[in-house]
Design a protein around this ligand. Structure first.
Ligand SMILES: [Zn+2]
Ligand SMILES: [Zn+2]
Length: 178
């Protein structure tokens, strides 16, 4: 995922990266997001353009994830995608602050040397696709509080949960309306 800056042609460079395994081992700490099971088909398309001493990286990212449903813990498969823009600025640069202020939806990254390493930004983009909460379906009814099985697919035979009605004892009570 390294780009040699001298090799960027005037019209820009197009690159496609496939991120297969060990995604989270590359991320800081290597910690997997909660409920994460696996990912597949993580594809990042980048367009890399040099503008004077800065390098603009525009692209899109898409990936298929398998995560535990936040309600019933069943594996839920989904595909997510997004666009991104990064601007790589030589370090040190006084421009960085200006750029950050002028382009709020652009992420500014410092670089030094002859090459750009796109791995951190690509991994960050894939990581950003992962939602905080995943449901196996909008109608997921979660786990049975009695047997712990998923209510989906008739796994649980407990029948409707007996909910204790806290107000049932108030039923016979007459309110004194003034
Ligand atoms: Zn579910
Ligand atoms: Zn049950």
């Amino acid at each position: 995922m390294k780009i040699i800056i001298n090799n960027i042609p005037e019209g820009g460079l197009r690159r496609t990266f496939h991120v297969d395994e060990g995604l989270f081992e590359h991320l800081s700490g290597g910690e997997k997001p909660q409920g994460f099971l696996s990912h597949d088909n993580a594809i990042v398309n980048c367009e890399i353009t040099q503008i004077k001493d800065r390098i603009l990286v525009r692209g899109d990212v898409s990936a298929t994830f398998v995560m535990e449903c936040s309600r019933c813990l069943a594996p839920a498969k989904f595909t997510a995608s997004d666009n991104f823009v990064y601007i790589f600025v030589p370090q040190p640069s006084q421009l960085a602050e200006e750029l950050e202020l002028s382009a709020e939806d652009m992420d500014v990254v410092f670089f030094s040397g002859e090459a750009l390493d796109l791995a951190p930004v690509i991994l960050e983009q894939i990581n950003l696709l992962i939602p905080f909460m995943v449901l196996c379906g909008e109608d997921c009814s979660g786990i049975c509080p009695k047997c712990g099985k998923s209510k989906k697919g008739g796994l649980c035979n407990c029948g409707p949960a007996q909910t204790e009605n806290k107000f049932s004892q108030l039923k016979g009570l007459k309110l004194n309306a003034r």
